[in-house]
Design a protein around this ligand. Structure first.
Ligand code: GLN
Length: 535
């Protein structure tokens, strides 16, 4: 078996250049040439994982099949590659230190002084090669979070240097940089890139490819200048011009021959062309809708749209499938009361109530559910959104006025959403929720069963609280049905109201599994129902 090849992706000049999208686009191109590819992300912060971070910090927390709480870039990787990632695909400085310190306590380094070099860098190098050593992949793309020159990135850059030294034939570095345009001078400027490459070179890392983010076309003379001063081949200067959608980027990178340059650097066959016909069909359908709908996304982190990244991307996938443009209207749940909910949701063809934690904004979510339920507007509730639909139903249909989730009101006399027995003794907050893939059995003759076309499905979870089965009979009797049940625990995973055109609440997160190649059926069905409602 030949050894895996490693592509390290670093970023210079500024953050938010889109390393994740470039990595995912490269993976897409390599995959379409038949290579087995995965992408991993190394984040330089001290949280063990992003699960304890507020979405305002780094956007949504993405959850993998095996229950890892990860950076949202892993969502992009899966959406582009249509291949699951795992715990091993996201490493943070916190998790690296945690494991080195555990080893020290165990006595693994007995007698030695434990230091950043070599102990932390060895740990990083080991983690960088876990997926490569699994034998499951030909190419491992490793995205380094942060920007070259940051103090906290240094151990990662040093680890990359060592790996490039140890495996010169199997490793390469792609450096993503910014070529700013100075309007007053009417010029693109290369100096920031020269400086960031120099910073890498001073650390002993020599980029093989430059991917240059730019708002304007980079001409031949700038490409040559960049190549000469940054010490790369002229064909290894890749332009990454601002795109209309992130889904344009694989095609743009193909036109710039990023895949060929990378394969050449790795000593792999680079003849022929990547076949991205299906991808291009998807983009065509996305850009040429035949219809348009308005959907309200009710949440409390709407100021930062990255907080609901997977949801908005799942709508994009569904909108391409249905050739129907989805206009998402971001509505702040904190601003909704009985009256303002009517005003804000008037004219919306569908309502989605988003996931979330804690009491802030919950009342607004309940008002949004009530409006959608009473006005027969297609409704999708995800996680806390599903819990909100259960609470609203208890209050306004079952007449349990103070019904609530135990998360919001531990003293409610009707805790229709409650904490599970095994969660009660847990005191640590990190990585202790119900996380990752769980099975769910679907009842025949329900929306869920029709949507999935299966009796048994698997979806990813991330929550502590659950539907309280003590109330199940009351709900079923009144008209809200449990249509998806966890076969191992009996927990309610899906609720529906049959006496409503399309009302579905799911305790899991379908958005995590929607990809370009496999748009999620629940989102596709929701979009269809919304379109029908509009008509
Ligand atoms: N806060 C709720 C719980 O922990 C819902 C979580 C979520 O929406 N992801 O159960």
């Amino acid at each position: 078996m030949s050894s895996a090849k490693y592509v390290f992706v670093t970023g210079g000049v500024t953050s938010s250049l889109g390393k994740g999208i470039i990595s995912a686009s490269l993976a897409t191109l390599l995959q379409s040439r038949g290579h087995r590819v995965t992408i991993q992300k190394f984040d330089p912060y001290l949280n063990v994982d992003p699960g304890t971070l507020n979405p305002y910090e780094h956007g949504e927390c993405y959850v993998t099949e095996d229950g890892a709480e990860t950076d949202l870039d892993l969502g992009h990787y899966e959406r582009f590659m249509n291949h699951p990632t795992s715990q091993a695909n996201n490493v943070t400085t916190g998790s690296v230190y945690q494991s080195v310190i555990q080893k020290e306590r165990r006595g693994d380094f007995l007698g030695k002084t434990v230091q950043v070099i070599p102990h932390i860098t060895n740990e990083i190098k080991e983690r960088m090669q876990i997926l490569g050593n699994s034998g499951d992949y030909d190419v491992i793309i490793t995205e380094l979070g942060g920007t070259v020159g940051d103090i906290e990135s240094l151990p990662y850059v040093e680890s990359v240097r060592q790996l490039c030294w140890e495996k010169p034939d199997d490793c390469m570095v792609v450096h993503l940089t910014l070529i700013p345009y100075l309007t007053a001078a009417g010029e693109l400027k290369t100096k920031p890139t020269q400086h960031s490459v120099k910073a890498l070179q001073e650390s002993g890392v020599f980029p093989d490819v430059l991917v240059c983010r730019t708002e304007h076309e980079i001409n031949e003379s700038i490409r040559r200048k960049l190549a000469l001063f940054c010490n790369v081949q002229p064909d290894a200067v890749i332009q990454s011009i601002d795109a209309e959608t992130i889904y344009d980027v694989p095609k743009l990178m193909k036109e710039e021959q990023l895949d060929k340059v990378v394969l050449k650097n790795l000593g792999l066959n680079h003849t022929g062309e990547a076949d991205i016909t299906r991808w291009e069909e998807f983009v065509f359908n996305l850009k040429n809708p035949k219809n348009e709908i308005d959907i309200a996304l009710v949440g409390k982190y709407v100021e930062l749209k990255d907080s609901y990244k997977s949801i908005s991307e799942a709508f994009i996938h569904a909108s391409a499938t249905s050739r129907c443009k989805v206009n998402l209207h971001w509505i702040h749940s904190e601003k909704l009361n009985d009256q303002s909910a009517k005003e804000a949701l008037k004219g919306m063809h569908g309502v989605l109530v988003a996931p979330g934690f804690g009491p802030r904004g919950i009342d607004g979510k309940l008002h949004a559910v009530k409006y959608a339920r009473e006005n027969k507007i297609p409704f999708l509730g995800i996680c806390l959104g599903m819990q909100a639909s259960v609470i609203e139903y208890a209050r306004n249909v079952l007449n349990h006025q103070d019904a609530h989730s135990a998360e919001m009101n531990p003293d409610s006399s009707h805790p229709v959403i409650d904490i599970m027995e095994e969660q009660k003794k847990i005191t640590d907050m990190g990585g202790t929720m119900r996380l990752g893939a769980c099975a769910c059995e679907l009842k025949k003759g329900t929306i869920a069963h029709a949507v999935y076309g299966a009796d048994l499905i698997s979806e990813r979870h991330r929550h502590r609280y659950e539907f309280n089965n003590a109330y199940l009979a009351q709900y079923e009797e009144a008209g809200m049905k449990a249509t998806g049940i966890n076969p191992e625990t009996g927990l309610v995973e899906i609720v529906e109201i049959p006496d409503h055109p399309w009302f579905v609440g799911v305790q899991f997160h379908p958005e995590y599994k929607s990809t370009v190649a496999n748009p999620h059926p629940l989102f596709v069905s929701f979009v269809k129902a919304v379109l029908k409602n509009k008509a």
